[in-house]
Design a protein around this ligand. Structure first.
Ligand code: RAT
Ligand code: ZN
Length: 418
């Protein structure tokens, strides 16, 4: 490692090179091990029917929603390609992402030839394509999102498979916290003696369920996405299950709980998976959680731009809170830049500035290429500011810091590294 002090005029280049080449731990994705078969999405049709693009295409075509959903995946992809890429220039972030990805894979986007693109993907097997995408994205490992409540997924876990060391698991528990009335009978069917009334026996059975699944999938953390009106403490089943079952389980097993705050589900149900929106969260609830449960670790990301500042301030008050990622409506270059700058200025390097949230394997490439560029720009500005104070900025220290931002700080927070 080069410990030499960097000339101020070289800071931009050095930071860019280090940020571009540092391997990443992608702490939240929706990708799967190939053992999960069809659940692992990849290829140009899946890139095009990404729910971000579905929502954008609905702004232009006039197909009734039910007609759109009745189309096959390639037909939906054709329509989206036509509306978003051919009839107008594909400048939105999600459109640009498709092109960045295809280009990085070595495809010629100038020809605008969707059948040829489809043909190219046919040569790949999922197992090999994972390695190719991880290499091109510079991702050394990633966390999946794993739900026992998904029938297909659950059966694969129960049957067992050989784990790919690069793909870690995260236990997703939205149905448990957000739809207790419907989930209680499901747990009962699986042999847990639970009652909708949330009595002591039920709570210990929910904990038994969480223990079994955390262990089975070797979860790195538990995770839930919560709506803007989430409150704590409260009499809701969500708050009570969180307090009495989930948090004690996380404490005892040393696992963090990841909270994704601010998704307003099904603002437009006709759009199905593309129909969710955003709302301002009440971060007072998070403040109370962090204060009341110092032994719990909270990994938190917020969807509303207007919540970002308060979240940073909370992180300054609670060391059991780790801020991560700019996802979905936040994952556009302008907002990533603003948010990353705010985080670095308020909480320094004790943050994981980005995760990919990739739903399609190939998306790892663009999500990281775009984010690295923005993060490098903000970091270069910060190291230049440091150099102006007379502080000696070294390459080795920049590398150390970037490794922290790209996974090291997350590992330290989780307790896997000092
Ligand atoms: O960003 C997304 O793809 C969203 O659909 C959500 O899945 C979000 O990332 C989540 O995990 O809830
Ligand atoms: Zn997600």
């Amino acid at each position: 490692m080069n410990a030499a002090v960097i000339e101020p005029s070289r800071i931009d280049d050095v930071v860019e090179t280090i940020v571009a080449s540092t391997p990443i731990v992608d702490i939240h994705t929706h990708l799967y091990d190939p053992a999960f078969g069809e659940l692992l999405l990849w290829g140009v049709d899946d890139l095009l029917v990404y729910h971000y693009l579905v929502a954008e295409a609905f702004r232009y075509h006039d197909l009734p929603a039910e007609k759109f959903w009745a189309l096959s995946k390639p037909q939906q992809a054709d329509l989206i390609w036509e509306e978003l890429f051919l009839r107008r220039s594909p400048i939105s972030e999600a459109c640009r992402g498709v092109l960045t990805t295809l280009q990085a894979l070595g495809l010629d986007v100038r020809r605008r030839d969707l059948p040829a693109l489809r043909q190219w993907f046919k040569q790949w097997k999922a197992e090999d394509f994972i390695t190719r995408c991880l290499e091109l994205a510079g991702v050394k490992s990633l966390c999946m999102t794993n739900s026992p409540f998904d029938e297909v997924e659950r059966l694969v876990w129960e049957k067992g498979f050989r784990r790919d060391e690069r793909l870690a698991a995260a236990l997703r528990i939205d149905p448990l916290l957000m739809a207790w009335e419907e989930t209680a009978p499901v747990l009962a069917r699986w042999g847990y003696s639970v009652d909708p009334a949330l009595n002591g026996k039920t709570i210990s059975e929910v904990r038994r369920f969480l223990e079994a699944w955390s262990e089975r999938i070797k979860a790195r953390y538990l995770m839930v996405s919560l709506p803007p009106n989430f409150d704590f403490p409260s009499d809701s089943a969500c708050a009570r299950l969180l307090e009495d079952a989930v948090l004690p389980h996380c404490r005892d097993s040393g696992l963090p709980i990841a909270l994704m705050l601010g998704v307003k589900r099904q603002v437009n149900p006709q759009l199905r998976g593309a129909g969710d929106g955003v709302g301002l969260s009440n971060l007072g609830a998070l403040e109370r959680l962090c204060a009341r449960f110092p032994q719990n670790k909270f990994l938190v990301t917020v969807l509303a731009r207007e919540n970002q500042h308060e979240l940073c301030v909370l992180a300054r008050k609670f060391r059991n809170l780790h801020v991560f990622g700019c996802w979905w409506f936040m994952n556009v270059p302008g907002l990533v830049e603003e948010t990353t700058r705010m985080r670095l200025e308020l909480i320094g390097l004790s943050v994981t500035p980005q995760h990919s949230d990739a739903r399609v394997l190939d998306q790892l490439i663009y999500k990281w290429q775009h984010s690295r560029r923005v993060i490098a720009g903000v970091l270069a500005e910060k190291y230049s500011d440091l150099a102006r104070t007379g502080w000696a900025v070294t390459e080795a220290e920049i590398r150390r810091d970037v490794e922290g931002l790209f996974g090291g700080e997350f590992e330290r927070f989780c307790g896997n590294r000092s």
